[in-house]
Design a protein around this ligand. Structure first.
Ligand SMILES: C[S@@+](CC[C@H](N)C(=O)[O-])C[C@H]1O[C@@H](n2cnc3c(N)ncnc32)[C@H](O)[C@@H]1O
Length: 400
C-alpha cells in the first residue's frame, strides 16, 4: 500500500471488468471497515450503437480511507449559506459550531462490551480521569478512539455538571453545511470521456492524443470532496496529467497550496504528462483551424472538357494565395470542385483580423467571441494566456 497519511483517502477508477476483484483486493489492503464508497461516473454521453448487449455508460470510482475515523469529506455547494441556528457558538475566529456529547449514545456501539477500544479514561480539566458511563451505571464507550481524541484535542470542550465533568466535541458549521457528495457523478456535472479528449485537444492541438483521459471536472470534484487547501495529491497512474491540472485549478479556486506528485511509466511521461503541466502552468493559447473557401465550381461536361484550363486556374489560385495559408485543399464533392485555404490560428490571430477588417467590433462579433471563450473555458478551465482580452472572433471566420 502506498504511504498514505492517516487522514488521507485513496481513489481509483475502473470499469466492470475489474471492479469486483479490486473491491475484494482493496478490502484486504485497507480493511472492509475503511471502505468509503463506490461512485458511478457517467462517462458516456451517447450510446454505442454497435454494442452487442449493453452500451456501457459508466465507470466506477472506489474510495477507501487509511483510517475512516480520520477522513473528513468536504460538503459540496452552498458555501455562501449562513449556518443553521443550532450552530450557536463561536470559537473566537468567527467559526460557528455546536456541541455533541463524546459518549456514544444509543445503538449497539454504546457499551464497553461492544467497543472495548473506545473505553478509556480522558483527562478532565480538574485532573481527574473520566470514563464513559451509561445512565444505568454500566461501562459505556466514547465515539472517538484514543488516537482521534489525541489528534483533535482542540475540538473537545468540557462541561461540569452535577455528576462531574463531561466531554463534548465541536461540530463546525463550515464542515457541515452544503450537501454530502452523492454516489452518481453525472457527465453534465463532471464531464464525459469525450469532454476529456477535447480538453486534451485544446491543450495540445492535434499534436498529442491520449486514449483514456479523465475530464478535469471529475478530478476537481474528487479534490473538492477529499482534499483541504494544504493536501498532497499523488497520482501514480498519471497518464495525461488530469490530476495535476485539477490540483492547479483547485488552488486557483480557493487560494490553496495543494501539491501533487505524478508518476507515469510510459515514454510519454515527458511529452504528454509533464508537457501538459508545463502548458497549463505557462498558459496555452487557443488553437483552431481557420478555413476560407477560395473557389467553388460545378463540374459539368463542358468544364471537364476544358480540364486543362480548370487545373491551370486552380494552380493560379494556389500561387496567389499560398502565402496566406498553411495548406490549400482541393476536393471534388457532390459534383463540385472546391478549393479551400486552411491555416492554424490562435484567438489572438482571430482578434487581430477582426479589428483589421472592420476597425471596430460589431455586436455579433462580441457574441461569437463570448461563446467561443465560454466553450473554451468549459473545455479546459485552465489559465489561458490573456484570453479575456483577446477573446474576439468574427462570425464568418470563427475557428472550428
Ligand atoms: C487510465 S490511464 C490514466 C489516465 C489519467 N487519469 C488521465 O486522466 O489521463 C493509466 C496510466 O497509468 C500508467 N501506468 C500503468 N502502470 C503504471 C505503473 N506501474 N507506474 C506508473 N504508471 C503506470 C499507464 O501508462 C497510463 O498512462
Amino acid at each position: 500500500m502506498p504511504e498514505l497519511h492517516f487522514k488521507g483517502s485513496f481513489w481509483m477508477t475502473l470499469d466492470d471488468n475489474e471492479i469486483h476483484r479490486a473491491r475484494a483486493m482493496m478490502d484486504e489492503i485497507f480493511g472492509e471497515e475503511n471502505f468509503l464508497g463506490s461512485v458511478v461516473w457517467e462517462k458516456a454521453d451517447s450510446p454505442r450503437m454497435d454494442a452487442d448487449y449493453f452500451s456501457t455508460s459508466h465507470d466506477y470510482l472506489l474510495a477507501y480511507a487509511k483510517d475512516k475515523e480520520f477522513v473528513h469529506f468536504q460538503r459540496l455547494g452552498d458555501e455562501d449559506n449562513e449556518p443553521p441556528e443550532h450552530y450557536n457558538m463561536d470559537d473566537g475566529d468567527g467559526r460557528k459550531y455546536y456541541l455533541k456529547p463524546l459518549r456514544a449514545m444509543g445503538g449497539q456501539g454504546e457499551t464497553r462490551e461492544s467497543r472495548p477500544n473506545l473505553y478509556f479514561g480522558m483527562d478532565a480539566p480538574d485532573g481527574t480521569k473520566v470514563f464513559p458511563k451509561l445512565q444505568d451505571g454500566r461501562d459505556g464507550a466514547w465515539r472517538w478512539s484514543l488516537k482521534k481524541v489525541q489528534s483533535e484535542l482542540n475540538r473537545i470542550d468540557w462541561r461540569e455538571g452535577k455528576s462531574g465533568w463531561t466531554p463534548y466535541y465541536r461540530i463546525y458549521a463550515d464542515n457541515n453545511i452544503g450537501r454530502p457528495p452523492e454516489t452518481i457523478f453525472y457527465n453534465t456535472d463532471v464531464g464525459s470521456s469525450r469532454t476529456a479528449k477535447s480538453q486534451i485537444k485544446a491543450i495540445f492541438g492535434g499534436s498529442a492524443s491520449f486514449e483514456t483521459p479523465k475530464p478535469i471536472g471529475l478530478l476537481e470534484k474528487i479534490l473538492d470532496i477529499a482534499t483541504t487547501e494544504h493536501s498532497i495529491v499523488l497520482d501514480s497512474f498519471a497518464g495525461s496529467a488530469t490530476t495535476g491540472h485539477a490540483v492547479l485549478n483547485a488552488n486557483k479556486k480557493d487560494g490553496g497550496d495543494r501539491r501533487f506528485v505524478l508518476v507515469e511509466c510510459m515514454d510519454y511521461a515527458d511529452s504528454i504528462t509533464a508537457e501538459r503541466m508545463r502548458r497549463v502552468i505557462n498558459g496555452y493559447a487557443y488553437e483552431g483551424t481557420q478555413r476560407e473557401e477560395l473557389h467553388r465550381e460545378n463540374l459539368t461536361l463542358t468544364s471537364l472538357k476544358k480540364a486543362d484550363k480548370l487545373l491551370e486556374h486552380v494552380t493560379s489560385i494556389e500561387n496567389l494565395e499560398s502565402h496566406r495559408f498553411d495548406a490549400i485543399k482541393k476536393e471534388v464533392k457532390d459534383g463540385e470542385l472546391v478549393v479551400t485555404g486552411e491555416k492554424k490560428v490562435t484567438l489572438a490571430d482571430v482578434v487581430r483580423q477582426a479589428l483589421h477588417e472592420d476597425g471596430f467590433l460589431a455586436d455579433d462579433k462580441w457574441v461569437v467571441a463570448h461563446e467561443m471563450l465560454l466553450e473554451n473555458r468549459a473545455q479546459t478551465s485552465a489559465p489561458r494566456r490573456d484570453a479575456a482580452s483577446t477573446g474576439i472572433a468574427t462570425a464568418r471566420s470563427a475557428p472550428t
